[in-house]
Design a protein around this ligand. Structure first.
Ligand code: PLP
Length: 476
């Protein structure tokens, strides 16, 4: 009998890279041509995985109300909803015996909820940092807080964190920081920050919105000095765009107290004279939850785990190195953040998030030309991180305050900003090459359309027609 190559091979085939819905979608350019959309905006939202859309499609015929329904579909929906909490726990290395997963809409809601839950005693405060996305900054502006400073090159200054922890001797209740920046992709040293926080009796919360789609991150056991106590993230940055995020916290945090939103599902008993509140995640999941979003999130996390987060990281490290090489060759391009030289060697401290400006071109113009002439999707502006962007651009506190005064007075202000290209699991070197070609053309002044400013401050090709009406009836 002939021995086939198949029967002799005992090599296990690696699980294939997750497929993405719309990976080959073409978009119209200003001149009527169409090009494959090159999505370099994963730091904002990732495209959906095919597995996620399939899970939702298969679930829809079974969809029903969760928690309170007696029917089969309700019980199945409830089962899947509760099972998703275990999937999240597994993904972030938390244990159902010690932690709870609260489903929310997104990271922003998760951090607002945390700010509501952390009820400070008089004299206590929260430490956050100047690198944060506004979602991990503004909720803390509402309570007693201080900002941990940055090093001149744009890292969180851990010696300043220690200085503040020492200064307040046990009064810092919470240290909260991003595990990865949405502006520079820089990974924070959260383990050292956690060790410091715990040494001084503080808890540590991590905004994991940017890191979770790109690197494995485990919260750790409750007695681990480098553990993460609370973690927040969004499904739409994890290939599951159905409006669900999560806050993972030690169960003790949800053992009592009043919820942020009150209503159905948050109580054990209501009488005309009072309320007995529920405990656990129910306490903070008022109203009918987004069960479809939760099913989608679980499907995305399962798929990422099957593929392996180490392989995600490997793929993206390669691409990041490649992108830095290509971007460095663009004349007049300034790439922001701590030196990118080490990234070319090992890429250990950075995700593939590239914020830059092109000499002589506004960030709005660069983003618009990339979109309208190259079919590339990037973001431009301050990326909801005004303090960090100001730091990276060298804008002083007094200049920022002056701009704020002008805004309050209703006067026009030209806000500074950057262009941001960010990669994800679905990107390839071709995408980076296409971006580089677009940027090279812009850098040498090869801009084909004439642009006009829109009311919202964007730039649009002067003679472009809005082709959105040509889309299918299903969504227009
Ligand atoms: C680091 C970081 N934190 C928080 C958020 C807020 O996420 P969401 O808009 O899903 O609430 C973002 C979004 O870009 C982010 O990058």
């Amino acid at each position: 009998m002939a021995i086939t190559a198949r029967s002799t091979s005992n090599k296990k085939l690696a699980y294939p890279r997750p497929r993405i819905v719309g990976a080959k979608t073409e978009v119209p350019l200003f001149d009527g041509r169409h090009l494959r959309y090159v999505n370099l905006d994963s730091a904002a939202s990732t495209p959906p995985m095919t597995k996620v859309s399939k899970a939702v499609e298969e679930f829809l015929p079974w969809y029903s109300s969760v928690h309170r329904g007696a029917g089969y579909k309700s019980r199945l929906s409830t089962h899947l909803y509760e099972h998703a909490r275990d999937v999240v726990m597994h993904f972030v290395g938390a244990a159902p015996s010690t932690h709870v997963v609260v489903f929310v809409r997104n990271t922003t809601e998760a951090l607002n909820l945390l700010a509501h839950r952390i009820m400070l005693e008089p004299g206590e405060l929260v430490l956050t940092t100047r690198l944060e996305h506004h979602s991990n900054l503004l909720p803390w502006y509402r309570c007693s807080h201080e900002l941990v400073e940055l090093t001149p090159d744009g890292r969180i200054d851990l010696s300043d964190l220690e200085y503040r922890l020492q200064k307040y001797q046990g009064k810092v209740r919470l240290v909260t920081l991003s595990a990865a920046s949405n502006v520079t992709g820089l990974l924070s040293d959260i383990r050292s920050a956690a060790r410091l926080a715990h040494t001084y009796g503080a808890l540590i919360a991590v905004d994991a919105a940017q890191i979770l789609p790109h690197r494995a991150l485990k919260m750790g056991a409750l007695n681990d000095p480098e553990r993460i106590d609370m973690l927040a993230f969004s499904g739409h940055k994890l290939y599951a765009p159905y409006g669900v995020g999560a806050l993972v916290v030690p169960a003790s945090l949800f053992a009592d107290g009043e919820p942020m939103l009150v209503g159905g599902g948050t109580v054990c008993l209501v009488t005309s004279s009072g309320i007995s509140w529920a405990t656990g995640p129910d306490l903070e999941e008022a109203g009918s939850p987004n069960v479809i979003g939760v099913v989608a999130l679980a499907a995305a996390l399962e798929e990422l785990m099957r593929f392996g987060m180490n392989r995600v990281a490997e793929h993206e490290r390669e691409l990041t190195k490649y992108a830095v090489h290509r971007l460095q060759d663009i004349p007049g391009l300034t790439l922001y953040g701590p030196s990118w030289e080490p990234v070319l060697a090992d890429c250990e401290d950075r995700l593939g998030v590239f914020s830059f400006n092109l000499a002589g071109r506004s960030y709005v113009e660069v983003a618009s030309v990339l979109a309208n002439e190259w079919g590339v999707g990037v973001r431009s502006g301050c990326f909801c991180a005004h303090l960090y962007v100001a730091h990276l651009l060298g804008i002083s506190e007094s200049d920022s305050s002056e701009a704020r005064e002008r805004l309050i007075a209703g006067l026009p202000v030209e806000l500074p900003g950057m262009v941001r290209a960010s990669i994800g699991l679905a990107n390839t070197k071709d995408d980076i090459d296409h971006l580089a070609s677009g940027l090279l053309a812009i850098a040498r002044g090869d801009i084909r359309a004439t642009y006009v400013k829109t009311a919202s401050g964007d730039l649009e090709p002067i003679d472009s027609t809005r082709p959105f009406e040509t889309h299918g009836e299903a969504f227009l």
